[in-house]
Design a protein around this ligand. Structure first.
Ligand code: HMG
Ligand code: MG
Length: 299
């Protein structure tokens, strides 16, 4: 069966904007986050506390976070790669953080300047200290299906890193198809092997990219398997600056259209969300790639 309700983990302000050529002014980012909250999204990933030279688009994290942290009832997770990032997030009162691992050596090197295991060792004290402080911790895992340098990624390799992330104390794992090559059978195979390795479905979220038009099919396969948390990006913004062939994330509007059609609750007002993405597309100077935004906003 399908879940009655899905929690959407909105990543447009972080995963979306980190990949834009244009550096969006902090006031525009804050308004984007506020509009997403007004559209009913309740988990909005706000920004990253990473090295500003690595992701200049998010170098304004210190300015942005206080502008949005008063949104009642909205969870505002932020990315932190290391203890320096966690310190910065804690100083601003963040209550939820995410570390981001890679299933492949090539992407670990490109994204974190580390081997897979060195990156996991870097996250361990971050997760431990965040939990001591009472924060919720998400663990992202990138390149769960394919990698631009290494090709298809063996499921066993993904399961091993997932186990490390749950063992170190991550509350939730987000399985990333960073370059969008997954198909539904591959998704089911990974979920099944994770369950067999002791990682239960209630801790899993899925993070699909739409490069080959498979993001919704993959999402539906995951929902049928019992996954109840889905990552998506308003207007389909974003890719990943360190993975050349990664195109946009699954668009939140396309996801909401499918979920509401299936009678699954999301709490999202689709009209307000579409208006927000159309507004953001104007700020970025290019149309949204989301089919649903194009159909409903008439742009
Ligand atoms: P490094 O160069 O190895 O850093 O980078 P280091 O540990 O050697 O430190 C070098 C300097 O950076 C030091 O300064 C540190 O203080 C400073 P110095 O002493 O030389 O003056 N530094 C920092 N400054 C501010 N904030 C920090 C920080 N850390 C160190 N947090 C590092 C290692 C992890 C820092 C770097 O590789 C980095 O920032 N990477 C982040 C890349 C990133 O954000 N990528 C995108 C997110 S992942 C993604 O998009 C995939 C996902 O969306 C899922 C999917 O789509 O599949 C999650
Ligand atoms: Mg992504």
């Amino acid at each position: 069966g399908l879940p009655a309700r899905v929690r959407i983990h909105e990543v447009g302000a972080r995963d979306g904007l980190q990949n834009e050529q244009t550096v969006v002014p902090v006031e525009v980012k804050a308004e984007f986050v506020r509009r997403l909250a007004e559209a009913g999204l309740r988990t909005i990933e706000a920004t990253s506390f990473v090295h500003p030279k690595w992701v200049p688009q998010l170098a304004d994290a210190e300015q942005l976070f206080p502008l949005v942290s008063d949104l009642g009832g909205v969870r505002l997770p932020v990315l932190v790669p290391n203890e320096r990032g966690l310190d910065r997030a804690l100083a601003l009162g963040a209550r939820e953080v995410a570390v981001f691992a890679s299933a492949t050596e090539s992407f670990a090197r490109a994204n974190l300047n580390r081997t897979v295991d060195e990156a996991l060792a870097m996250f361990e004290p971050v997760v431990a200290r965040a939990r001591e402080e009472g924060l919720r911790v998400r663990g992202y895992l990138s390149m769960c299906f394919g990698d631009p340098w290494e090709g298809a990624v063996p499921v066993g390799q993904v399961v091993r890193v997932c186990r490390s992330l749950t063992d170190m104390g991550c509350d939730e794992l987000s399985l990333g198809d960073t370059i969008g090559v997954a198909t539904p059978g591959h998704v089911l195979a990974l979920l099944t092997q994770l369950n067999q390795a002791g990682v239960t479905t209630d801790r899993l979220a899925v993070h699909f990219h739409d490069t080959y038009g498979q993001a919704l099919s993959n999402t539906l396969a995951a929902l049928r398997h019992g996954v109840g948390v889905v990552d998506a990006s308003a207007g389909g913004l974003g890719g990943c600056p360190y993975a050349k062939s990664a195109t946009g994330n699954l668009a939140t509007e396309d996801l909401v259209w499918m979920l509401h059609g299936l009678g699954i609750e999301t709490g999202v007002d689709l009209g307000r969300l579409v208006a927000t993405s159309a507004w953001m597309a104007d700020r970025l100077g290019r149309p949204s790639p989301s089919r649903t935004v194009r159909a409903l906003a008439g742009t």
